[in-house]
Design a protein around this ligand. Structure first.
Ligand SMILES: Nc1ncnc2c1ncn2[C@@H]1O[C@H](COP(=O)(O)OP(=O)(O)O)[C@@H](O)[C@H]1O
Ligand SMILES: [Mg+2]
Length: 313
């Protein structure tokens, strides 16, 4: 499940996905047992699903609806996603799920409406870069979200700027993690680590995944932090050094040897300890999340959590 179009095989390519596919749902249709979720229009299409703006007719609240086909290879993704969202109900940094159900040849999830994703926010800024101060604030929150997700026994495996959205209105200074279609339980019910498989199919996005995924090794909590590290680099620097590298072998090699200063030329050198600390962690390690937050905070004079983000001011 390589999340990059140029690596899907020819048969898959024939079927248009996400944004390029015609809208799965017509506007004005009402979903749910009591038909209270009225579709307005499609607002985003990711690799697999489509996201719609809708209204909960019961309370007139705006909601988001994610829709995926209920047949085919990827049909289980949205079921998995609803499982994760159910476990993360009421947890900060996760959209609240209101309803999940089938509709004709589709499955859908109704959830809290969020704002733009960090990838789109970055691209809309004149510099195509997010300020270090904003990125540090976002990073600290995402580490907190990951800690909460991991504490429930799940890893995300596809964390990246487009899978992180800011909230709306009074939640505009909060970050939410979305898209759990590639998540995996890494703990058994008794809290012990699941045994690592000898070889794992690729899960994630080649640009942001840890170098270990390129070797098809089992991912653990640390790999979500690697994804965050590379995502922050893209947000702060505007691009990653391997942006134009096509070959997966070359990409893996660059990630293994690329020095921190090459990835983060604008960040203070003390941020290198983020990288050093990640390299010390094993697949089964529980990261010291607070340490990663402290390293992030040390890169700015003061973390002003009340300031407006530059895209809101
Ligand atoms: N609850 C939401 N509210 C608003 N926009 C959302 C919401 N969830 C996802 N999105 C937007 O839709 C895009 C695609 O959704 P995502 O869940 O990532 O689907 P995919 O699995 O297809 O990548 C995201 O990048 C984000 O911009
Ligand atoms: Mg996505």
């Amino acid at each position: 499940m390589l999340n990059r179009n140029r690596h899907v095989n020819k048969n898959q390519q024939k079927e248009l996905r996400g944004k390029s596919a015609p809208p799965y749902l017509d506007s004005r249709i009402c979903l749910g047992k009591y038909k209270v979720f009225q579709i307005d229009k499609m607002i985003a299409g990711g690799g697999f699903g489509q996201i719609y703006r809708a209204t909960n007719l019961d309370n007139n609240e705006e909601v988001a609806v994610k829709v995926e086909k209920s047949v085919g290879n990827d049909a289980q993704r949205i079921i998995l996603e609803s499982k994760v969202l159910e476990e993360m109900l009421g947890v900060p940094h996760f959209p609240r799920m209101f309803y999940v159900g089938p509709y004709k040849g589709f499955n859908f999830i109704v959830m809290q409406m969020l704002g733009l994703n960090l990838g789109d926010i970055r691209k809309a800024l004149p510099t195509r870069k997010i300020s270090i101060h904003s990125a540090v604030r976002l990073g600290i929150q995402i580490v907190e979200g990951l800690e909460l997700l991991h504490s429930k026994g799940w890893i995300h495996r596809d964390l990246k700027p487009t899978n992180c959205c800011v909230g709306l209105d009074d939640k505009r200074k909060q970050v939410f993690i979305v898209d759990f279609g590639m998540s995996r339980r890494f703990k058994n019910d008794d809290g012990s680590h699941r045994d690592a498989r000898f070889y794992c199919g690729f899960r994630g996005t080649t640009r942001y995944c840890s170098y270990k995924m390129h070797d098809r090794r089992e991912q653990g909590p640390v790999d979500d932090l690697w994804c965050l590290y590379y995502s922050l680099a893209e947000l702060i620097e505007g691009q990653l050094p391997w942006r134009d590298v096509e070959s997966l072998e070359e990409l893996a090699q660059i990630k293994k040897v690329c020095k921190h200063e090459m990835i983060f030329p604008s960040m203070p050198t003390k941020f290198a300890s983020f990288d050093r600390n990640l390299r010390r962690l094993k697949q089964t390690s529980t990261p010291d999340y607070q340490k990663f937050q402290t390293i992030l905070a040390s890169c700015v004079k003061f973390v002003d959590t009340n300031a407006e983000f530059e895209w809101d001011s």
